[in-house]
Design a protein around this ligand. Sequence first.
Ligand code: LMR
Length: 399
Amino acid sequence: MSVFSSLPLAPRDPVLGMTEAFLADPAPAKINLGVGVYQDEDGRVPVLDAVRQAQARLADDPRPYGYLPISGLPAYDEAVKRLIFGASGDLVAQGRVVTVQALGGTGGLRIGAGLLALVDPKAQVLVSDPTWENHQTLFQRAGFAVGTYRYLDAAARRIDVDGMVEDLGRAAAGSIVVLHACCHNPTGYDLAPADWDKVVAVCGQRDLVPFLDLAYQGFSQGIVEDADAVTKFALAGRPFLVASSFSKSFSLYGERVGAISCLTADADQSERVLSQAKVVVRALYSNPPTNGARLVATVLGDRGLRAEWENELTGMRDRVKGMRALLRAGLERAGVPGDLSYITAQTGMFSYSGLSQPQMARLRRDFHVYGLDSGRLCLAALNHGNIEAVVQAIAQVMA
Ligand code: LMR
């Protein structure tokens, strides 16, 4: 008998578990289109030049690795506020934005969930159908009941905006609505600006609590444009939360550098929100790590490095767009029937291919091409060297 005797085996994580399966595959030619990680033309996770220069500056001026404040590196938190709420007028100056450094976007979501559980642990959380699988688990583990709102009309390959607004219109007051600010994960279908207006309006009418997931800022249209949904909610003036991340935009995946930001009613409320966020963080992991936050703060705090970073981010975004076009053209050339324009209509790192779970399993088994069972493919891992193999593999499983 052991304390663990009654513990059942947990299922493999649908995203990171696929990386485990990929790494365990002994095939010499294998392709990982599972996890949302950008790779360059050579199939490597890039170290951005702006980050390299920030690393050099920090190496020239070594600082001790003491504990950071519970809420994170102050210069980092300030830079995040400006990056995310930069187009939202003077809310930051009014002291209405609270930002706390977090362990990636996931950490930001978890701190936000912890905060909201203090407000109303019985509130229902609504996520899009479908959504990033971890949204469900994360909010459930924080004690919430999680339901869905309509999002994807799979047959029409578009967002069911009316269904979404209808579902939100029926949600109980105080429900927490998780929204993908850009680059919807997994579908790649983003709301148009006019659709966002409807969502902002219904959230206000129904007194819902919007919680935006901004993990892919810069991978759809640009740094500012990809925060448009944040700006719309901010200008509406009602409280909401944003979890953000530099994993993708700075290619700093392993540094776990993200944040949670909350728009509050006034500076007094901000002080209380910050104090409670610190209690949540302290009980989870005490205080955050130093290195990633220093790198990001160095780049965002320097005009030259920031411009360089934005150029590099544009380069990553454009490369993924190029791969989208090549994938579509390749599949059309390979005779895959039907309208494939959805591949170039979707945005961000992913394509929701519509392939079934058995087809995804066959892609893995017969062609060593790894995507998620949901049919999600990470196009940010395609390059000129592997795309033809991917085209041939998909064409064969679809034949
Ligand atoms: C993904 O969806 O692939 C990324 O957000 C990585 C993750 O943590 O799941």
